[in-house]
Design a binder for this molecule. Sequence first.
Ligand SMILES: NCc1[nH]cc(CCC(=O)O)c1CC(=O)O
Length: 335
Amino acid sequence: MSPIAPFPMSRPRRLRRTPGLRAMVAETALSADNLIWPVFVTEVAGADIEIPSMPGVTRFTVDSVKAAAERAARLGIPAICVFPHSDQEGKTDSCERAWDPDNIGNRAIRAIKEAVPDLMVMTDIALDPYNANGHDGLVRDGEIVNDETVECLVRMGLAQAEAGADILGPSDMMDGRIGALRAALEQNGHSNVAIMSYAAKYASGFYGPFRDAVGAGARLVGDKKTYQIDPANRDEAMRCVARDLAEGADMVMVKPGMPYLDICRMVRDRFAAPTFAYQVSGEYAMLEGAIRQGWLSRDVVVEGLLAFRRAGCDGILSYFAPDVAEALATTAGRG
Ligand SMILES: NCc1[nH]cc(CCC(=O)O)c1CC(=O)O
């Protein structure tokens, strides 16, 4: 870094004086291009009812998600990410609904691609929405088994690619799933389908509201600490990112977001690969809850998302995506 002239030659406030000057020297920017909007799609009645722990967020139906997709496209959001909320019959110990071409997730992918072909559709690959016990993998005698789960995940991912998904998001944290999925995509005519690996995914309490949203929370037996990363670790996350890139991930993700910005920065600096963060349900709940209480102003939403850009992220999955894109569109061009 070059030396800084002493005061009064140097006065950092000179460049903070007007909106124009501040814009000229802004080091990072947030735009709709940086956002991915996660949405919940349900086949259970009561789609429009707010998720209690996520005020302002509702589940869509296969029909109403089309309007959401149109809204995303209109606002310049490049991608929407589909999270399925299955009916009770769809949740079994063998999880076979997960790779059913007509499951709720795959029906939603087809509906969105039909309605708005240019909008990218991202998916989630993990068994939890279709698992009787809420885990991301198959459970045998209390153990979440790895290799058998990977076979299921590959089937699930192929069905999503068949339905028209552009980006697959394995969020399960099983070992070896990226390589297996990439090989299967290549062998089955889906070489253009991208993988965004949930590479640095931590065993976090911040996923609580999401598990309510997909109906996995009350069912979850135990916790996910045998497959998701310990929040105490950084080096382990770097090894997981290195491995997933080596196995063929096109993009990597850090999750949760705001409490893990150090990890985002490390991934960006070390791997120089497309890096994303997931501002998860609990982060949304904290911010939206405090805003609704009047304890924080809504400005914290953009400030929080800008922090991801500063930490080196190319993009952010955020439940705030459409509101922020709307706000950015109305303030654009104003000094
Ligand atoms: N495996 C599924 C999955 N995919 C995304 C989230 C969390 C997203 C959020 O909290 O917003 C989870 C939950 C979990 O791992 O328990």
